[in-house]
Each structure stands twice: as C-alpha cells, then as structure tokens.
Design a protein. Structure first.
Lengths: 306, 334
C-alpha cells in the first residue's frame, strides 16, 4: 500500500503545521471562561475590586478616624444608610466597601509570600532529594500537624497584633501546603524524558528547575493560590474577630464583626449581618474561581483541605 | 495488624520528641521575659530573680529541656505560670468539653454531609445536586464565628429556644465522672441534665460542623462520581441489582477511602474552629483556654498543649490508617 503523494503532503502539513502558541495564561483563561461557576466567581471578585478600589475611594471618601456621627448611632437600614450605622454612627456600607481593600491586600500578600517560599522549598527539595528533602519535608509535616489558626495566633501573639503580622503569620502557616504540593508535582516531572535530556546535555540544575520543571508543575499551584486567598480572607477576619488582626478604627471585616457583636443585644443586627455577608460573597467568589481553574487546568486534582 | 499498630505507636515517640524540641525552642525565641511579665511592673530585681529560680528559667536551655522532658515522661506537664495549677489537671478538666463538642460537630457533619454527597453524585446535575453543591460551597466560604454569632443571636437571644452559653445550666446538679456531660448524665441516670446538656450542644455543634460538613459532602461526591464510572458498577447494574444496593454496597464502600482521609484531617479544622466556637458560646474547653494562654504568654501551658495536640493528631492519623484496612480488604498491614 502506497500513499499518494498528495495525501502524504497533506499529512505532513498537518503534522508540521506551526500550532498557534497560546501561552499558559491565555490558555487557562480561555478554559476558565467556559466554566459557569468560574465566571460567576470572577464576576463577584471583580465587583468587589471595583467597589473597593474605584467606587469607594472616588465617591465615598472615608476617614476611619474622623468619620463619625454620634447623633445617628446604631441606626437601622434606611435609604440614606442602606446597611445601617454602627455604634459611632458610621455608615456600615461605606466601612464594608473600604474594608475590601484590607481583605484583598492581606489575602494576596499572605498567599504570595507562602506560595513563593513554599514553591522554592518544595521544588528544590523535591528535585534535589536526599537529606535536604528529608529535613525540609519533615519540618513541613511538623508545622502542618498544628492547627493553622492556632499557629497563626501564636505567631501574631509573638510579634504583636496588627495587619502586617497577620499577613506574615498566615503566610507562614500556608508554606507547608505549597511545599508539599510543589514537591509532589516535581516528583512526577523529574523522571520524565525531557528532564533527563536536559540534564544529559548539561543544563545546570537551577535552569532546569525554572525553565522546565516549574512551568509544568504550575497548574496545581495556581489553583491552590486562588483557593488559598479565600482561606486567607476568612482567617484574616477570624484573627480580626479575636482582636489580633486589624485594630480599631480600621474597617476590617472581622474587626467590624467583633465590634458589631457587642451591640446585638440592643437589636443592631445589621452591624453583624452585612460584614459577614461581604466575607461570604468574596470568599465564595475566590472559591468558585479556584474550583473552575482546577476543572480547567487539572481535572485529576481534587480538593482535600479546607 | 497488631504488630503494625505497635510499630506505628513506637514510631510516634521520636516524632513527639522532635516536636517537643521545636516547641521548646520556638517558645524561647519569643521576645519578652516571662519572669518580668510575671513579676509585674514594680518587681524588684530580686523578685524577678526569685521567679526565674522558681521556674528554672535561669538554667541553660539544654538543662531546662531535660528537666522538662523528665517531668513530662512522668505525666507532669508543669504548672501554669499565672494560675499555678497543674496543666495535666487542667487538660483533664477541659479536654472533655472540646471532645464532646467536636464529636457532636463531626456527627452532624457526617449525618448531613455524607448523604448529601451520595445523593449529589447519583443524581448528578439535578436540582438536588445543585442545591447541595451550592450549600457546601457556602459552607467552606462562611466564617464559622459569624455563623455562630448569628445562630446564637437568632435562636438563643431572639427566639429563646436554646441556651446561648456554657455547657449546662448552673441550676443543674450533675455528678462528674468523665466530664463528658452526655456520658455522665446517662451513667448517673440524670434525664434533666442529659436534656439540658444536649440543648446546650446544638448551636455550637452546628456552627462548628459547617466546614467539615461541606468538605465531607464535596469529597464524597467526587469520590462517588469516580467509582460510579467503574466497570464493576455497570456489571452490578447489568446483573439486575436494585440501584440502592449498587450505590451503597458497591459504590459507597469503594468511595469511602478518600472520605476517611478527609475525616482524619478534620482534627485540625475542628481544633481551629473550637477556638472561635468556644469564644462565642463561652464553652469551657481547651480551644479558648489555649488561645488565652498564648496571649498571656503562659509558656508551660502552650508547651504542654502543643505536645498534647500533636500527640492527638498523630494518634488520629494512625486510626485513619488502621481504618483503611477495615474498610478495604485489599489493604493489609504486615
């Protein structure tokens, strides 16, 4: 059986046609766009970004230190104050809108810190193996054995309450999760032929790690990044609620909740309900994006942790 | 199997030693001298020195550690710096409260989460599936302290249906044996205490259960979906088994392994949650106590509790591994 020269040419053209390079980011975005939940999540996150970073500072400027109106304290929701006012007469909606920036900043910085340190630790220890791997991974296990929130509380207690230390503490508690995830990705990749080939032609280890291992290990790390921001926002609020995070009069959502709680007995439910709903919406948004990304990037990966 | 369990228990010892060293050093790194804090603002140098002497804080670190571990091995976790009470006694008094709350929360989480996951998987993309999945998404996205506050306000303060704080009404007299209220009231045949204790447990258990419930539901669903694709499920259906038997006997049993893994991970989730839940419901457990001890820099308590929690975590891990073998006959430990 022989192939006609025409068919052969067609086949070769098919095989060697330059494929359009989309790049990792564009490819991921395109697939996420096909996911209904992820789209909804992205819309929620974008909504809060616009409200917190554009609308609130431009149209509702606010100074947490001076903005108070004691004559209108603990007022129920009205047309003027849709979410009511708190015990100092401050508009709850304005405070929630400005609090968005705090939650996003803390969440983002904590996770950037954790993912950078964790990925470097996981990648290098997984790739190099040996006693370095044993020491790094065993110490990660020890950190993981301790409940995350309690560890964060201990670190904040050690360094003093405040937002910077909240970021740092949450970041530290998330490092082991990244280290383990990065290591498990590397374990599979480093046995592949193209890594052996790169080693054989003498590419130095750091370059192999950055150019060949990291891009192929990235999917689960990106998914975890998004889901982790969700967790970080909740835990920032938890530390704020316990009085360890943002200090008054900062409009941090958790601090608003712990403050609002004191006035629940006099019936001011709005000071508690609305900041809580804000947290739920934002966190749901990030979780939806994370779930969508996971389905798009790596269907095999299942979410195990909280 | 027995030899496997014994081997695993023995392997806990070096791990616990490692943790004890790490915790010991970590606590010594914290800035601030506990002796100064203890003596108060106006303490003279002599007083501070006497406090250092009393707690052995003036000795070199390795010696402090050896003295400490020697006592720990004899069951003595030291005394609280502030209350001066033995820590082992405090843990014995408080841990049952947290245990009772966590177990109830886990039961709530399983009773709701497991069926929700199974139904979602068998009726994929149905309205029930959508509701369950949106519910579990909210479950992992909701701050449990917020839910606790709202539940407390609505059911305890507004409606007055359930008590809002503590484990038992002060007016109720219950003889404490295990310090688990439900167990003690059954042992002593005290129906009034049993009813009251359960009423006190309802709200905190629900608040504490949400995260675990959501995680269990999601995990059960995805594990079930994977199993339901398998050939032996098609075979089971082909030979005419009714759907319920296929779901429960053939699918669920094989989907349980990842669910058990996730159950084991709930120790950390529940303990973290206990700090918040116990704060809201004035629950006299270890979560709130440890949180306050960390804030007041009561070293010995933090140190003792860190060891206790790690030991707990390791034992639960062991139980999880053992239960794999019970659920899945393919897994054998030699």
């Amino acid at each position: 059986m022989t192939l006609s020269s025409e068919a052969l040419e067609g086949w070769q053209a098919l095989e060697y046609a330059p494929r359009r390079e989309r790049g990792l980011v564009r490819d991921a975005l395109r697939r996420v766009w096909g996911n209904r939940g992820a789209k909804a999540g992205l819309a929620i996150v974008l909504f809060f970004i616009i409200v917190g970073y554009v609308i609130a500072p431009l149209f509702f400027p606010y100074n947490p230190r001076t903005d108070r109106d004691l004559s209108g304290r603990l007022g129920p929701p009205t047309r003027e104050h849709p979410f009511g006012t708190d015990e100092l007469g401050r508009d709850v909606l304005t405070r929630i809108a400005h609090g968005t920036r705090i939650s996003f900043t803390v969440g983002l910085f904590a996770v950037v810190f954790a993912s950078t340190v964790g990925t470097v630790l996981g990648l290098t220890s997984g790739y190099l193996g040996g006693s370095l791997e044993t020491v790094v991974m065993r110490s990660m296990d020890v950190v993981l054995a301790f409940p995350a929130l309690l560890l964060a509380i201990a670190i904040v207690a050690m360094r003093g309450p405040g937002l910077n230390n909240t970021m740092f503490a949450l970041g530290i508690t998330y490092i082991p999760i990244y280290a383990r995830l990065a290591r498990s990705s590397v374990m599979g990749i480093k046995e592949l032929d193209y890594i052996t080939a790169a080693t054989a032609v003498g590419v130095p280890s750091p370059r192999i790690l950055v150019r060949h291992v990291l891009p192929n290990a990235l999917s689960p790390l990106i998914v975890q990044f998004t889901l982790m921001i969700a967790t970080a926002i909740i835990e920032t609020a938890a530390l704020g609620f316990l009085g360890l995070g943002a200090q008054p009069p900062s409009p941090e959502w958790g601090a608003m909740l712990s403050n609002g709680y004191k006035f629940l007995t006099v019936g001011a439910w709005w000071a508690l309900l609305f900041p809580g709903l804000a947290i739920i919406f934002v966190v749901t948004g990030f979780n939806l994006v994370g779930d969508g990304l996971r389905d798009a990037l790596d269907p095999r990966l299942r979410r195990v942790g909280g | 199997m027995t030899s496997y369990i014994i081997r695993r228990l023995l392997s806990l010892i070096p791990t616990l030693f490692g943790v004890s060293i790490i915790v010991f050093l970590f606590l010594r790194m914290i800035p601030g001298d506990p002796a100064l804090a203890l003596g108060g603002e106006h303490a003279t140098e002599a007083t501070v020195e006497r406090i250092r002497e009393e707690f052995g804080l003036n000795k070199p670190l390795p010696q402090q550690y050896i003295t400490y571990m020697g006592k720990v091995l004899r069951g003595d976790l030291g005394r609280s710096i502030l209350s001066k009470r033995p820590i082992a006694d405090e843990i014995r008094a408080r841990f049952p409260a947290t245990l009772e709350l966590s177990v109830c929360a886990l039961i709530v989480a399983l009773v709701v989460g497991l069926p929700a996951g199974i139904i979602s998987a068998t009726k994929r993309n149905s309205p029930i599936d959508n509701i369950a999945m949106v519910g579990s998404l909210l479950g992992i996205s909701m701050p449990i302290f917020w839910l606790g506050l709202m539940l407390n306000w609505f059911f305890a303060v507004q409606l007055g249906w359930l008590p809002s704080v503590t484990r038992l009404d002060a007016s109720i007299d219950l003889q404490r044996i295990t310090n688990l209220i439900i167990v003690d009231s059954i042992l002593t045949g005290n129906a009034e205490a049993l009813l009251n204790g359960i009423k006190h447990l309802i709200l905190p258990s629900i608040a504490l259960s949400t995260i675990s419930m959501a995680i269990i539901a999601r995990m059960t669903r995805s594990a079930m979906l994977e199993v339901l694709e398998q050939d032996y499920i098609r075979t089971a259906r082909a030979k005419g088994l009714i759907e319920r038997v296929v779901t429960v006997r053939h699918a669920l049993k094989n989907a349980l392994l990842p669910v058990i893994t996730v159950l084991g991970l709930q120790v950390g989730v529940l303990l973290s949650g206990a700090v918040l839940t116990e704060t809201i419901f004035a629950w006299p457990g270890i979560g709130r106590w440890l949180y306050l001890s960390i804030l007041s820099r009561d070293y010995p308590i933090v140190q003792g509790m860190a060891l206790f929690i790690t030991a707990l975590f390791l034992v639960v891990n062991l139980l999880v591994d053992v239960s794999y073998a019970l659920v899945d006959p393919r897994i054998r430990y030699e």
